[in-house]
Design a protein around this ligand. Structure first.
Ligand code: HEC
Length: 132
């Protein structure tokens, strides 16, 4: 007898509890999807003007392929990314970032097209510089 009372209570309370529980996650999922979607749109819009239409994946691949980091590692140590993140880095704008990639490209004699330089700059901007 002593054990039945709480059991009965749970059974009668549960249906009332379940209903809102079942509809809540669906709303949550919709809100989350909306958030993710709008975040993606905002990210695409905040690509700096000078980098409009840049192919970030191509930029990342070229940065790897042309071994840009090798030279930076020699000069600044680490994995070569510190040159992009150090407090006294040289590049202060999206335009200057493209210009610097072009300058290093010339030094490297990597023979990148201007579109490639822009793609690399956009990739570096996304991961390190974050200019708007
Ligand atoms: C021959 C060596 C060398 C190579 C190869 C090289 N860089 Fe550089 N890079 C430098 C040096 C040195 C600096 C520091 C600035 C300076 O003295 O001009 C620099 C600076 C930079 C900066 C600016 C960092 C800052 O302070 O904000 C960027 C961006 C950059 N390089 C991108 C690239 C990319 C992209 C490539 C590959 C296409 C590349 N570099 C290849 C030597 C090199």
């Amino acid at each position: 007898m002593n054990y039945r009372a709480p059991l009965l209570l749970t059974v009668t309370v549960m249906p009332g509890v379940r209903k809102p529980m079942r509809t809540f996650p669906r709303k949550m999922v919709r809100t989350l999807l909306l958030l993710v979607f709008s975040a993606g749109t905002v990210a695409a819009q905040t690509l700096p003007k000078a980098m409009t239409g840049a192919n970030l994946a191509n930029g990342r691949a070229l940065h790897q392929e042309k071994n840009c980091a090798a030279c930076h590692v020699q000069q600044f140590g680490g994995d070569g990314t510190r040159i992009y993140t150090r407090a006294d880095r040289k590049v202060k704008s999206a335009e200057k970032l493209i210009a610097q990639v072009a300058a290093c490209n010339t030094r490297l004699r990597a023979e990148l097209f201007p579109e490639d330089e822009r793609d690399i700059a956009a990739y570096l901007n996304q991961d390190y510089y974050k200019f708007k």
